[in-house]
Ligand binder design. Structure first.
Ligand code: FNR
Length: 386
């Protein structure tokens, strides 16, 4: 582990050294831990509070078994499907995560190029470290994730810019009225190094909660949200966003049937079932556990996606069987980015895609349409089993 205060500017970020040594996402995570300053690794890896929800996101996959069918002829497997009415080559996308230049000097540009090389959708964060127009210029299939600040004209500007730059959907994150209690970041006094900032909101100052001597008093990101993010956001604002945005609207962070029904009534196009990677409410259910009730509540009127803990092809299968049209991954992309920039991101997505193909073969599913509820059953003796 590196010293948290070590300058990022001087970080050597060599390209992938021995790619053959990395056969799973955990191998990229191990190497990212070595390469990144501790403050950055902790920011990427950590969750809120006791990190119970973070761990649940993974454990939830263990509560389901796969029911394989055989002798169905699986030489050809087709992963293609559609999302928000557009074809995608495979049902795995890049979740919005902040501050990619903390992992690699090319930041979100490298992520976009990696995603583009496989045709994957990338959701670009409001708090990216490369302007949204420059990410768009890579040609990646892109959606824009929105945080609404107190000054609503900032959101209206971002929406105009995103639409002009060819973003195909607006993803409103609803689970972050205030930043969750990320204790690692408070302990590390998380701060952005000089030269890395909010590229989409250059006039929004990072709050100066600094102690004498230049160190931040706590997490700079937490202070930013407390000062600038609009905690008064309500369902009325969903109507406002629909009225000002020509893009399809996805709500990210819905975890209950009640909110799913309200989202459907509000006319949204998509729901991303998510607990923000365990970084907001500790004690919230695993995303996979919340997925069936959300999918059931909207009954195909709204496209349901999920993120949180997806690390293997079999995880993708379980999520699809429980009602998701596609899944998104957050941290694995950051590990790929830290290990090898564009090529690292490409490897992560390729690994997940190929692992999904293998899982389809081993379960006797040839197309995404054949992945249905009969593919999964509760693991025997597990929590909440039938
Ligand atoms: C996030 N996430 C996130 N979500 C969002 O809507 N806007 C954002 O800017 C960020 N930033 C962010 C930074 C980091 C470092 C992480 C790890 C996560 C949440 C993200 O979109 C997604 O919900 C989770 O990362 C999914 O869980 P996994 O795949 O990381 O387990």
């Amino acid at each position: 582990m590196r010293d948290p205060t070590e300058s990022l500017k001087d970080e050597p970020v060599p390209d992938i050294a021995q790619p053959e040594d990395r056969v799973g996402i955990e191998d990229f995570e191990r190497d990212a831990r070595e390469r990144l300053p501790q403050m950055v690794f902790d920011y990427y890896e950590g969750g809120a509070g006791d990190e119970w929800t973070l761990a649940e996101n993974r454990r939830a996959f263990d509560r389901w078994v796969l029911r394989p069918r055989f002798l169905v002829g699986v030489e050809k497997v087709d992963l293609s499907t559609t999302l928000l009415g557009r074809p995608i080559p495979f049902p795995i996308g890049v979740a919005p995560t902040a501050f990619h230049r903390l992992a690699h000097p090319d930041g979100e540009l490298a992520t976009a190029r990696g995603a583009l090389s496989l045709g994957a959708v990338m959701v670009v964060s409001t708090i990216s470290t490369v302007p949204l127009e420059e990410v768009a210029a890579t040609g990646v299939d892109r959606w824009f994730q929105l945080y609404v600040m107190r000054d609503h004209s900032l959101a209206e500007d971002l929406i105009r810019r995103a639409h002009a730059a060819g973003y195909r959907a607006l993803v409103l994150t609803v689970d972050t009225p205030q930043l969750g209690p990320r204790l690692r970041d408070v302990r590390n006094r998380f701060t952005l190094p000089p030269g890395i900032g909010l590229a989409n909101l250059p006039r929004l100052p990072m709050p100066d909660g600094r102690l004498p001597g230049g160190r931040a008093a706590g997490s700079e990101l937490s202070d930013l949200f407390a000062a600038e993010h609009d905690a008064s956001l309500s369902w009325d604002d969903v109507a406002w966003l629909r009225s000002v945005s020509p893009m399809p609207l996805v709500l990210k962070g819905i975890l209950t049937a009640e909110d799913a029904r309200l989202a459907a009534e509000a006319g949204v196009d998509g729901i991303m079932v998510s607990n923000h990677g365990g970084r907001q409410l500790d004690g919230a259910p695993a995303a996979l556990d919340a997925l069936p009730e959300v999918a059931e509540a909207v009954d195909e009127h709204v496209e349901v996606m999920m993120d949180g803990g997806v690390r293997r092809g079999i995880d993708v299968l379980k999520a699809l069987a429980l009602g998701a049209r596609a899944v998104f991954v957050g941290r694995p992309i950051l590990w790929g980015l830290a290990c090898g920039g564009e090529e690292g991101v490409r490897r992560i997505l390729e690994m997940l895609r190929d692992d999904l193909t293998l899982a389809m073969r081993l379960t006797g599913r040839r197309t995404i349409a054949e992945v249905d509820r009969s593919l999964v059953a509760r693991a025997q003796g597990s929590w909440g089993g039938p």
